[in-house]
Structure formats: structure tokens, C-alpha cells
Write a protein that binds this ligand. Sequence first.
Ligand code: PLP
Length: 407
Amino acid sequence: MIETGKIREHFPILDRKVWGKPMIYLDNTATTQTPREVVDEVCRMYYTEKANVHRGVHCLSQEATASMEAAREAARRFIGAESADEIIFTRGTTEGLNLVAASYGELLNPGDEVVLTVMEHHSNIVPWQLMAARRGVVIKVVPILPDGSLDMDAFRRLLGSGRVRLVSVAHVSNVLGTVNPVAEIAALTHEAGAVLCVDGAQAVAHCAVDVRALGADFYAFSSHKMYGPTGVGILYGRRSLLEAMPPYQGGGEMIGHVSFTEGTTWAALPYKFEAGTPDFVDAAAFVKAVEFIDRTGMENIAAHEHELLEYATARMTTEIPGMRIFGTAPGKSAVISFLIGNAHHYDTGVLLDRQGVEVRTGHHCAQPLMEALGIEGTVRASFAVYNTRAEVDAFIDALQRAAAMLL
Ligand code: PLP
């Protein structure tokens, strides 16, 4: 059971007002808010431990390095990876996916196929398109069924070509809330002799993730979507794959030895993929976000968000005229994308904002999905552990007032 009152005490921002109204923050899919202990850790690092990592023999540098490596270990444990060497710090999910596309892409040949799904975020589409143009690789796309779940029969058919080398799929859709059957996708992908890359951006704050149990070969996520600081993310990669891949960026830290005459060699994992000074301050603070989730309990978080999802969905469908919800797959995550009749999503978003309700509007970086749904965009409300039933009530009231003006 979640005691939201106690949890909210950790998030000072939730007490603020917008347009003179109490703020109701329902844009958690874009970014979650950050508990005080994470912000305090950022301050602690700047006030007491700021020194460049990995390169210093002095005390401060060694302390900063220890904090960063503790963060790597926390990330390893959080997603059940076998070794901390398989944990690469990135700027976020986007950079993790770009790394895999650019580096693993170097191992692909003209005519090889990469399978994506129509529900992907642009960050799990465009890096593959860039790579495909360079390498002559062909991209295939799995469609969705009317409820927003993946068309697994179509997926099986695409795998049948015998040319698929990699599949990259969202664990959870940022628009539909669909939770994709990653373990089943992994089994089918491996059977076809391909590797599986998972975009975990929308999963890690909402359900327990075990990369080995899932069978993911790569798994990318962002700290800022799981109560952590901005600017840092994690890419998990299976050791044997990472070892075979060329570096993504060159620079300090990622080398073994640099020579103009003898050529340059690479550092061991994970440093081969971490060129330059990493965001070690935010990496250290990321640990506090993991601790916050652990203390609260992922099962408790998931149950709380599910209850809010069911309550909000039931009230929206029965009480708001013209309500159209996109994404109704069983077991979906706490994301509700919707339109009120034919009202433009921006108009609805502005009317909600003026009442203190912060929701996202637009194509949500998923234009191919919008095209498949035959719409330009949606309004999206998404829940986190600190949201309450009273906030859902206020959201419904605000929606009723918006609908009265729009329809
Ligand atoms: N993938 C999904 C499913 C997302 O929802 C997002 C962000 O909204 C991203 C990737 C990109 O995350 P970031 O901007 O943190 O790199």
C-alpha cells in the first residue's frame, strides 16, 4: 500500500501552483518529478566530491570515481545484469539507442533486416534509419491490433524472411501504454538468429525489469523518467555483443593506448563506450532514485498506478462526452492518450493547463503511430507514484469543463 501523503513530502515541486491553481502533474511519461534526496545528492557531489573521475590519483577523484562506480553497480542490480561491465552510462535512452544502432550497425551488411514496430518513439526509429541508409540495411515494421497490442502474427511472419539480424522494440509504449511481451519477442528473435534491443524508457519506473529473465540483448533507459536526475541514462548490453562492437565515440577514457604510428587500441568494457568525462554527478544521484524506488517497492508503485489508471479510465469513458481513448491493451501501463470528440489536442491541453492540470499534447515523438491511428496527435495523461485519486477527480472536473467549451 502506498501512502501518497508521505511520498509527496519528498517532492517539493508538487506543492507549487500553476495559473494560481494547485498543480496536478500528469506528464510523468515525459519526465517524472525528482525526490529531495536525489537533489540533495547532486548538491553533495558539487559541494564535497566534484573531481574528474577515473583519471586522478588524488583523494577527491577517487571518491568521485567510487560514487560513479557505485551507481554502475546500482544500475546493474536494478535491471538484473550479470556484470557491471555490461552497464554503459549514456545521456539517456536516445543516446543508448543511437549507440546500438551506430555501433552494432557496423556489423550489419546490405540486405540485412532490422525489425521495429509502428508504436516506437522516434528515438527507436531514426537512429536505425540513419544506420540503414549508411549500411544498405532494410527496416521492417510490425503493425498493431485495434487495442494497441503488437500484432505478433505479423511479427512471426517478418521473422520468417531469414534475413532479420536485429529487432528493436519498446518495452512499454509511451502513447498507448501497451506492455509488449518482451520475453516472448526475445525467444522468437533468438530463434530467428537475431538479437533483441529493448527501449525501456517507459518501463523502468513502472515494473520490475530483469534483462536476463526478459532475454534482452540490449536495454536502454533514462534516469529522468524514473525519479532520477536529467542528463544520465543507462545502456545494458550483453558482454559478448559489446565486445564484438566497435566504439561509438572516440576520446579520452575509451582508449587502451593512442599512437600515431602504431594505431590506437580500446579500453575494456564498459569504458570502451564511455568517451569523455561522463555525467558523474548525476550518475551518483541516480543511485538515490533507485533507492527511492526500492524503498517504495516496485510492486506497490505498479499497483498504485494501476488503480489510478482504472479509476481515471472508468470516469473518463462514462462521464466525458465524446471521449476517445487510444490504447486499451490488457495489462497496459498507466498512460491514457485521448481526444475529446474532434477537438484539437492543443486546445484541450491549454484548457486543462489553465485549470492546473499538466498533460502532454502532440504526436509524442511517435508520428508513424499517429499515422497508423489516423490522427495528428493526442492529449496524454500519465501517472506516477505520487499522484492521488483526488488529483484524478480534479482532472475529471477539468476535463468536464474543457469538454463543455470544446464540443
Ligand atoms: N523511448 C520512449 C518510449 C520514450 O517515451 C522516450 C521519451 O519520452 C524516449 C525513448 C527518449 O527518452 P530520452 O529523451 O530520455 O532519451
